[in-house]
Design a protein around this ligand. Structure first.
Ligand code: NAD
Length: 402
């Protein structure tokens, strides 16, 4: 962001404003556990920038959650909503907790306590949360219900990622991977690569990674040759059937032992000579130490932050086309935005309409970034930052804030 701000020639006040969140809320939540004891949880909600619209961003429930990660993720959401040009700002929330050790009843009490704690900062025209790490559509449903109880009327747009019977959108489940697949298709066209029967590898076989395998194959004709999760990876140069791999992972909870595949280490998977790599697990997996060995033509970052800044430059020099995280994985927030729009109209779109509108948004966003990349001769991530930071800065200026 600093580099983009310098390059855009932002004045000091605008640059400084964009370096800080507008508002942060920390709350302490007493929640009764099933054994009758009360446990104290620390929780957060950050509105990073709302110049372009109400804040938007998920709620993470994680034992290592801190206000610092939430603040950073809220900043990222600001650039993400700006790069796809939806009229929203950036926000994020979290609770330091370990949901794996909590019963459904405890989770429900925590969800409701969280909403009571942060309700004053939420609302369809203020800040709209969504699911994130370890939070689910069911948790969103409890949260929406608590908010509606507090305000005394229906207000489904206060939260997205809801179950479909409560106002969730068709197409939300695979939207992150689908958006990534659409921008990969656009990048390949410009690079003159015909993706049909070319290869893909997927690091991180969770929600984003599994749908990338299915849709990469279905929409782009890519052949899956390797996939991995936290326990290791599998490889078959002749191709793996994505549907069967997904079924196997769902059934066994692991990829290990998938019939007809060899084992492969996560580090080896990243270095495979594939056309498209989908880093879909964690941050900081492509670093200065391995960037020189990354051989894919396109790296579509479905994970947040998989590539370090040093590695980014190396990939750029080696002509690996990186689709940066906050562009590549923006399909999720885009369909969340569609959910809000449908809630406001109280009129719901069929799946095909959601997918067509998502395609339009992602394609437009990709080409906006690509034009900036050609014009400014920076790497693609920097081009995406230039687009986003310029849009947010312009909104701050037009409002007369700076
Ligand atoms: P998830 O928990 O469903 O899946 C993560 C997967 O990564 C799991 O299969 C896990 O086993 C695997 N994994 C963990 N450590 C690994 C390692 N060292 N090597 C290889 N695999 C490893 O999570 P998700 O929702 O798919 O999110 C994955 C990434 O995508 C995260 O960075 C997330 O922030 C990002 N993202 C997801 C969405 C979304 O809508 N799901 C939206 C935007 C960004």
């Amino acid at each position: 962001m600093d580099v983009a701000a310098d390059r855009l020639g932002l004045d000091i006040a605008t640059h400084d404003l964009l370096r800080w969140p507008q508002q942060e809320l920390r709350v302490t939540l007493p929640v009764q556990m099933d054994d009758g004891k009360v446990q104290i949880f620390h929780a957060y909600r950050v509105q990073y920038n709302t110049a372009r619209g109400p804040a938007k961003g998920g709620i993470r429930w994680h034992p290592e959650e801190t206000i610092d990660t939430i603040r950073a993720l809220a900043a990222w959401m600001t650039w993400k909503t700006a790069v796809v040009d939806i009229p929203l700002g950036g926000g994020k929330g979290g609770v330091t907790c370990n949901p794996k050790w909590m019963s459904e009843a405890e989770k429900q009490r925590l969800a409701r306590a969280y909403i009571r704690g942060v309700a004053s900062t939420l609302g369809v025209s203020k800040d709209v949360p969504a699911p994130d790490v370890y939070t689910t559509p069911q948790i969103m449903a409890w949260m929406m219900d608590e908010y509606e109880t507090l305000v005394g009327h229906h207000h489904p747009g206060v939260i997205t990622g809801k179950p479909i019977p409560l106002g969730g959108s068709e197409g939300r489940g695979d939207s992150t991977a689908r958006g990534g697949v659409y921008v990969t298709r656009e990048a390949a066209k410009l690079l003159n690569i015909n993706l049909r029967d070319k290869t893909m590898a997927i690091q991180g076989f969770g929600n984003a990674g599994q749908y990338a395998a299915l849709l990469g194959n279905e929409i782009l004709g890519l052949k899956l040759i390797a996939a991995s999760d936290s326990q290791g990876g599998i490889y078959n140069g002749k191709g793996l059937d994505p549907k069967k791999v997904v079924e196997y992972k769902l059934k066994t909870g692991s990829l290990q032992g998938f019939p007809g595949a060899d084992n492969i280490k996560n580090e080896e998977l990243l270095e495979l000579d594939v056309t498209v790599l989908f880093p879909s697990a964690l941050e900081n997996v492509i670093t200065a130490a391995n960037a020189d060995r990354i051989r894919c033509k396109i790296s579509c970052e479905l994970a947040n932050g998989p590539t370090t800044p040093e590695a980014d430059e190396i990939l750029h020099q080696n002509k690996v086309f990186v689709l940066p995280d906050f562009l590549a994985n923006a399909g999720g927030v885009t369909v969340s935005y569609f959910e809000q729009v449908q809630n406001t109209y109280n009129f719901y779109w069929p799946l095909q309409e959601v997918q067509e509108r998502l395609d339009q948004k992602m394609t437009q966003a990709f080409h906006g970034v690509y034009q900036m990349y050609l014009r400014e001769k920076v790497n693609i991530r920097q081009a995406a930052y230039l687009v986003s930071v310029a849009r947010v800065a312009e909104a701050c200026k037009l409002r007369g804030w700076v």
